[in-house]
Ligand binder design. Structure first.
Ligand SMILES: Nc1nc2c([nH]c(=O)n2[C@H]2C[C@H](O)[C@@H](COP(=O)(O)OP(=O)(O)OP(=O)(O)O)O2)c(=O)[nH]1
Ligand SMILES: [Mg+2]
Length: 133
């Protein structure tokens, strides 16, 4: 396996109803068919916050206006290492849309564990479930 770590900006977007935005990875993608928090690779020379804003706009029509770092997770899949730089998006403009044709949903926090996510997401899910009032 390559020792290169893929740096990924990941957004946990919460709406005023307290629901969280999840989307489904396409079958052909790495960790295909699993659910994810929208986001994508940080490009060379780009800040994580910029990548987060760019990816959420490109994938979900969400314009980030307020965000805060939540956690950073390093995970090695059999074929790829990732660093998930996870941000909580607490304010945004725009209506969510699957701009890449992907399925997406607003989900109540306590229902997040009903959706299959990549193994690297386990610590994020634990954090979010622990945060609920
Ligand atoms: N966006 C996102 N990626 C995740 C999550 N969990 C997880 O392991 N990943 C992994 C899967 C991929 O290997 C990588 C993200 O890459 P990506 O395919 O979304 O990147 P991208 O949006 O820039 O897409 P592309 O243009 O390269 O196809 O991080 C998650 O919750 N959200
Ligand atoms: Mg992506």
């Amino acid at each position: 396996m390559s020792t290169k770590v893929v740096h990924v900006a990941v957004g946990v977007v919460e709406n005023p109803a307290g629901e969280i935005l999840i989307s489904r990875r396409a079958a052909h993608q790495h960790q295909g068919n699993l659910w994810e928090f929208p986001g994508g690779k940080v490009e060379a020379g780009e800040s994580v916050q910029h990548a987060l804003a760019r990816e959420l706009l490109e994938e979900m029509n969400i314009e980030v206006t307020e965000c805060a770092p939540l956690t950073v997770i390093e995970h090695a899949y059999p074929d790829k290492r990732v660093r998930l730089d996870v941000w909580q998006v607490t304010a945004f403009n725009g209506q969510a849309k699957g701009l890449e044709g992907q399925e997406w949903l607003w989900v109540a926090r306590r229902e997040l564990d009903a959706y299959p996510f990549p193994a690297g997401n386990v610590p994020i899910l634990e954090r979010l479930l622990a945060q609920q009032p």
